[in-house]
Design a binder for this molecule. Structure first.
Ligand code: NI
Ligand code: MN
Length: 226
């Protein structure tokens, strides 16, 4: 799988010749000025919840790429009202086979209001099952005991977890989450973008190292093979 980081919680995973874009928030991110959203290609957009730091560029990119947006029922309805009619509604606990990959929606302990104040339904995370392995993106969430269920659903190659604290779990709880989901390789997201979530990278990496795990912090625009 090819993994590209676009800053905050936005990333692209390429698998089975399909491009899966997660939580597009680029134009509003001061740290992601080097990324041009017009250049982003996507076959699917996976939308974990409705907060603006996750959905800000969803409509623009859905229009430019005609990507299928995978999201909660409420975000699906909201997008339809905004003129996006290629979206797939799901909800927590549900699984769907998109033929190139499968998705299971997991519980996230967070909130999900949309930018105009509309109700966004449940915030979610995703387990994505592919021919090249499986990964978990928790979305914005606190550490929650629900994560203990994840190893029963998937053996993970890697996981994408928020580590910035204040709005989500911080890196110490993310270490506990990594243990619960039984995953050694974590890619950190949702840090440094705003003052509330600036973190010490070395302390965060050390916390994972001390628990026998690896925290990978990618540069914005960087692509790695996973
Ligand atoms: Ni959020
Ligand atoms: Mn967020």
């Amino acid at each position: 799988m090819k993994f590209t980081y676009y800053g905050h919680s936005c990333f692209l995973v390429e698998t089975n010749n399909k491009k899966l874009l997660f939580d597009p928030f680029i134009s509003g991110n001061e740290l992601a000025k080097s990324i041009a959203i017009a250049d982003i290609e996507a076959d699917y957009i996976l939308q974990s919840h409705g907060h603006i730091d996750h959905i800000a560029d969803c409509i623009t990119i859905a229009q430019s790429t005609n990507a299928n947006v995978i999201c909660s029922w409420e975000i699906h309805e909201w997008l339809f009202k905004k003129g996006i009619n290629n979206s797939h509604p799901m909800n927590t606990g549900g699984r769907w086979d998109f033929s190139d990959f499968r998705v299971k929606c997991t519980a996230a302990q967070h909130s999900s209001g949309l930018p105009d104040g509309s109700y966004g339904g449940n915030p979610m995370g995703f387990i994505v099952y592919t021919d090249e392995g499986n990964f978990y993106y928790s979305g914005d969430t606190a550490l929650t005991l629900d994560m203990q269920l994840i190893p029963q659903w998937a053996k993970l190659n890697f996981a994408v977890l928020p580590i910035g604290d204040n709005f989500t779990m911080g890196y110490e709880d993310a270490v506990r989450a990594a243990k619960m989901i039984d995953c050694k390789h974590i890619i950190g997201v949702h840090y440094d973008t705003f003052g509330y979530i600036k973190i010490d990278h070395e302390k965060a990496k050390k916390a994972f190292n001390d628990d026998g795990r690896k925290l990978q912090l990618l540069k914005i625009g960087e692509t790695v093979q996973l």
